[in-house]
Design a binder for this molecule. Structure first.
Ligand SMILES: *Cc1c(COP(=O)(O)O)cnc(C)c1O
Length: 392
C-alpha cells in the first residue's frame, strides 16, 4: 500500500471508454461529429433539462453564460468565496464586478442570508446576478435562491461542476436535479478528469430557456450562425453571418465520445461515491473530526468528502508522508492576489476563512479500493491517537 500514491480524486477509464474514443478516431469526424449532439441530448436527460450545450471546458462554459446573460463593464454579480476561482473569473472576463457573500457555517455553500443582506444593502438593480455553487456536491437550495433573485431582479448561474446527479427536494416535495434549469437560468458542468465525468477537458451548459440555448450555440462558435431565419442577408447555401463576437469554445467529437461513455456509468459512480462517503462518516462520527453536512431528502453528489480539523497542516503533511495526497478546497477566492486589487481582503468573510483554516478533502473517487480507503482511515486514526497521546 505504501508504495502507491492515493490522490484525492482520479478519473476512471475503462476498455469501453477507450473503444468509444477509438471508434471516433477511426471514423469520419474528429471535431464536430455526431457524438457531440448525442452527449448533449443524453446529458440534458440525465440532469432533467430541456437543452444542453457542450463546451470546451467548464471555465469557457461559465464565460459564455456570463456573456449570454449580458454581463459587461459595471455589471455586479455575487458569488461564494469557497469555490474554484473560475466561478468568479467568468464575470471578470466580461468586465463585470465580482462581489462575494459569506458561506453558510453548516453547508459551506453560499449563504442565502448573507446574500440577502448584501442585496438589501444596496439599491434594487445594483446587482444583476448570483452564481451559487453546489460545493463539494451538496446541492444548494435553488428554490430559495430563485425567490431571492426574483425579489431583486437577478439571474442565476448554477455552478454545478461538483454535482452531476445531485438533487434536493423542493417545497412541493418534488425532486430537483442539479442543473435541471428549474430555478436557474443556466447551469454549468465540467468534464475535467477529477470531476464525475471525464472528457479530458470539457464542459456543459444546461438550460430550459430556448433563446439562451440558441444564443449559446452561436457564442460557442465565433458568434456565427447559418440559421436562415436569423440571417440579415442570404447569398446561398454557403452563406453564414458572424453577428456578434463569439469564441471557439467547441469540444471535439472524441472528447464527447469519452464523456458519453462515462455518462453511461454516472449512476454507478455516484452510488460508489455514496458508499465511500458512508464509510468515512461511519469511521469519523463521534471523533474530533468534523464531517460533512447532509440533510434528509438531499442527494449529495460527493465530488469531495471534506473533513474539518484543527491541526489541518500537520494532518495533511502526515498523510502526504504516507503517500495519501489530500487536497484543500478551496483557498478563499477573495484572498487571491488578483482579487485584492478590487479591495477584497483577508478578514472580509470570517466563515469562509475559518472553514479554509480547517478543511481537508479526503480521497474520493469511484475506483478508490476498499483497502485503500481503509488505509486512509487507519492512517488518520493513527495520527489522532499519536497527537492525543503527545498531549497526555
Ligand atoms: C472544475 C470547476 C470549474 C472549471 O471547470 P474546468 O473544466 O476545469 O474549466 C468551475 N467551477 C467549479 C466549482 C469547478 O470545480
Amino acid at each position: 500500500m505504501q508504495g502507491k500514491v492515493i490522490p484525492y480524486g482520479q478519473q476512471n477509464i475503462t476498455e469501453e471508454d477507450i473503444q468509444a474514443v477509438n471508434d471516433v478516431l477511426r471514423g469520419e469526424y474528429l471535431t464536430q461529429g455526431p457524438k457531440i449532439a448525442e452527449l448533449e441530448s443524453e446529458f440534458a436527460k440525465y440532469v432533467g433539462a430541456n437543452y444542453a450545450v457542450a463546451i470546451s471546458n467548464g471555465t469557457a462554459a461559465l464565460h459564455l453564460c456570463a456573456m449570454a446573460l449580458g454581463v459587461k463593464e459595471g455589471t455586479r454579480v455575487i458569488t461564494t468565496p469557497i469555490t474554484f476561482a473560475a466561478s468568479a473569473n467568468c464575470v471578470r472576463y466580461c468586465g463585470g464586478e465580482v462581489w462575494f457573500a459569506d458561506i453558510d457555517p453548516e453547508t459551506f455553500t453560499l449563504s442565502l442570508d448573507k446574500t440577502r443582506t448584501l442585496l438589501e444593502s444596496k439599491p434594487k438593480g445594483f446587482f444583476s446576478g448570483i452564481i451559487p455553487v453546489d460545493f463539494a456536491g451538496l446541492p444548494i437550495n435553488l428554490e430559495a435562491f430563485r425567490a431571492l433573485a426574483d425579489e431583486f431582479g437577478c439571474w442565476i448561474i448554477e455552478d454545478a461542476c461538483h454535482a452531476p446527479g445531485g438533487s434536493f427536494i423542493n417545497s412541493s416535495n418534488e425532486k430537483v436535479l442539479c442543473g435541471s434549469g428549474k430555478y436557474a437560468e443556466l447551469a454549468i458542468f465540467s468534464f475535467h478528469p477529477v470531476k464525475h465525468i471525464a472528457a479530458g477537458e470539457g464542459g456543459m451548459i444546461t438550460t430550459n430557456d430556448k433563446k439562451l440555448y440558441k444564443h449559446l450555440l452561436r457564442l460557442r462558435t465565433h458568434g456565427i450562425t447559418r440559421e436562415s431565419e436569423l440571417l440579415v442577408e442570404n447569398h446561398g447555401a454557403w452563406y453564414y453571418e458572424m453577428q456578434e463576437l463569439g469564441y471557439n469554445y467547441r469540444i471535439t467529437d472524441f472528447q464527447a465520445a469519452l464523456a458519453l461513455s462515462q455518462l453511461n456509468r454516472a449512476d454507478a459512480g455516484l452510488k460508489r461515491r455514496q458508499e465511500i462517503a458512508n464509510r468515512y462518516t461511519e469511521a469519523f462520527t463521534k471523533t474530533e473530526i468534523e464531517i460533512p453536512f447532509v440533510q434528509v431528502g438531499v442527494q449529495h453528489a460527493w465530488h469531495l468528502y471534506v473533513i474539518r480539523i484543527n491541526n489541518r497542516k500537520a494532518l495533511y503533511d502526515h498523510l502526504r508522508s504516507k503517500n495519501i495526497f489530500c487536497q484543500v478546497h478551496y483557498i478563499p477566492v477573495h484572498t487571491m492576489p488578483y482579487y485584492k486589487q478590487f479591495g477584497w481582503k483577508k478578514g472580509d468573510f470570517h466563515l469562509a476563512e475559518d472553514y479554509y483554516e480547517k478543511c481537508l478533502s479526503l480521497p474520493m473517487f469511484p475506483s478508490l479500493k476498499d483497502e485503500e480507503q481503509e488505509y486512509v482511515i487507519l492512517t488518520i486514526q493513527q495520527f489522532f491517537k499519536n497527537e492525543n497521546s503527545d498531549f497526555n
